[in-house]
Structure formats: C-alpha cells, structure tokens
Design a protein around this ligand. Structure first.
Ligand code: CTP
Length: 212
C-alpha cells in the first residue's frame, strides 16, 4: 500500500527572520512514516521543519508553510491508499509578510492574521481522496466528543485523539497515550512509546482499506 504522512509544525513568516508556528517535535509523524515503511508500505513523508532524521526508505518532501504543505499533499495524492495527517498545521498566518526585517517602534503592535488552508478538511471534497483518511485531534478537554465531531466533519475513517493538557505524554515527549476513534467504536491504546503507538495506528489504518 501507499501511505502519505504529514508531520511536524508549519512556519508562517512575518518577515525574513520571524514566524508563527505550532508546538510540535514531529516525532509522532516520523514514527508513523517509519512504522508504515517497516510494515512494507511505500511512504511519502511531507514535513514541516524538525530536527529529526528521516526514516530510511521514505520519500521525503520538506515544506515550511501550511500553503506549501497543502500543495504538496494535493500533488502527491494520486495513487495514495492511506493518508495520515499528523502535522500540527498553523491555523492562521500573517496577512502580509514584510520583505525586510521589521524594526521596533510603538509600544503595541497588532498582527492581522488570516486562515490557512485546511488540508484535512480538503481531502474529500476538494482533492477527491477516496482512500483511508486518518486525522489527529489534539484536545485539552472533552477529548472523545471533539474527536468524534472531527471524524464526521472532516469525513475521516479514524481520528487519533490525545489529551495535550497532560505533561507526561504528547508534546516533546517520547511517549503518547491515544484514543482511536472510528465511526462506530473507539479503542484506547495504553501509554507507550510513539514508535509502538505508530505501529498500531498503521495496522488499524491498513485494515480499514478494503472497507472504503
Ligand atoms: N489540519 C490540517 N490543516 C490545517 C489544520 C489542521 O490538515 N490547516 C489537520 C491536522 O493535521 C490534524 C487535524 O487537522 O490531523 C486536526 O487539527 P485541529 O487544528 O485540531 O482541527 P480543527 O478541525 O482545525 O479543529 P479545532 O481548531 O476546532 O480544534
């Protein structure tokens, strides 16, 4: 099977030396790409900037902004069986990016932001993707309810939800504890390394293929 994985944060530039970003190490996405390759799948990894090594045997497409990630996903999608969108995409970007470094001035400054393209939300209706679609939901409360709502709204086959208010898992951590949410059921994966969690997610996603 052919997997496409998005990972890491995006960077939305304000000027040549500054950007807005999201908190993400990229570890979960890189673990997913590595796990899918380990299981014998063909893998395209589209990633924002991270310090991680690209897993061997994976086709790697580095990007910086949400717009670049959107275009890379759209362009690489033909032939993909399973898309796992794990990237922490910035939801907003500065309306203008200054050509030169902005200099200090007034005591206060207002930044005008606009929405970035919603990659996960474009998969079905804009890109016409018919394969297995896996989204991620990082929540700080009502994890199951929000994940189930996201599953339906974004027309996913599975949403991987985690509680980012916990400091022992998730961000910057080597471990995670997630809830896999399917249209008719959910399954809690106990706390484990991101590599082990990734293997479970890849197996579940691959098993969904004949049904879509
Ligand atoms: N995502 C995406 N493109 C964006 C923003 C998010 O593809 N511009 C994807 C992420 O990769 C993740 C999922 O959407 O798989 C969840 O992102 P999140 O920001 O939590 O979801 P939203 O639907 O934007 O919901 P909300 O902001 O209401 O929590």
């Amino acid at each position: 099977m052919k997997f496409l994985v998005t990972a890491g944060p995006t960077r939305e530039p304000l000027d040549p030396v500054r950007y807005l970003t999201n908190r993400s190490s990229g570890r979960m996405g890189y673990a997913l790409a590595g796990a899918a390759r380990h299981e014998g799948h063909e893998v395209i990894l589209i990633s924002g900037p991270t310090v991680l090594d690209v897993p061997p045997g994976v086709d790697f497409i580095p990007v910086e902004t949400a717009q670049q990630m959107y275009e890379a996903v759209r362009d690489m999608l033909p032939g993909v069986d399973v898309a796992v969108l794990c990237a922490a995409v910035a939801d907003y970007r500065p309306v203008v990016c200054a050509e030169q470094k902005m200099k200090k001035g007034a005591e206060r400054m207002v930044l005008e932001l606009e929405k970035t393209p919603d990659i996960l939300g474009s998969m079905r209706d804009v890109f016409g993707f018919r394969g297995v679609l896996v989204g991620f939901a990082a929540e700080t409360q009502n994890v199951l309810a929000y994940a189930r709502e996201k599953l339906q709204r974004k027309q996913c086959d599975m949403v991987v939800a985690n509680d980012v208010s916990r400091s022992d898992i998730g961000f910057d951590s080597r471990e995670n504890e997630v809830l896999l949410v399917f249209p008719n059921r959910e399954e809690a994966l106990p706390k484990d390394t991101k590599e082990h969690i990734a293997l479970h997610i890849v197996e579940h996603a691959a098993n969904l293929l004949p049904r879509v």
